[in-house]
Design a protein. Structure first.
Length: 99
């Protein structure tokens, strides 16, 4: 039977997790040492920042820089998705066993 109270509690927990995910940031990097791009995103996959080392800006051609940016952003997005999925599993397990 459907339990509205449990459903409401689970929704509240999901809302709390979503709010928490907004505060968690992860980074993805591409390049090496001095020539690097770092992307920072939230666990909800919102881009918060993109850093490019000065030496990369001075030496890189446009295509290489664009490639590094795409790789860094994809790595950050993958990490963000993994964090969000882990948090979702925690809520689901709490919903199944904690109620």
């Amino acid at each position: 039977m459907f339990d509205i109270k449990k459903a409401m509690e689970l929704k509240k927990k999901m809302d709390e997790i979503t709010a928490r995910l907004e505060t968690i940031t992860v980074q993805g990097e591409a390049g090496d040492g001095e020539h690097k791009v770092t992307a920072t995103v939230t666990a909800t996959r919102k881009i918060k920042g993109l850093e490019i080392t000065d030496s990369l800006l001075q030496q890189a051609d446009r295509e290489y820089l664009q490639d590094l940016m795409v790789v860094a952003l994809n790595r950050a997005m993958d990490k963000a998705q993994n964090v969000a999925e882990a948090e979702g599993r925690n809520v689901a397990m709490g919903g199944l066993f904690g109620m």
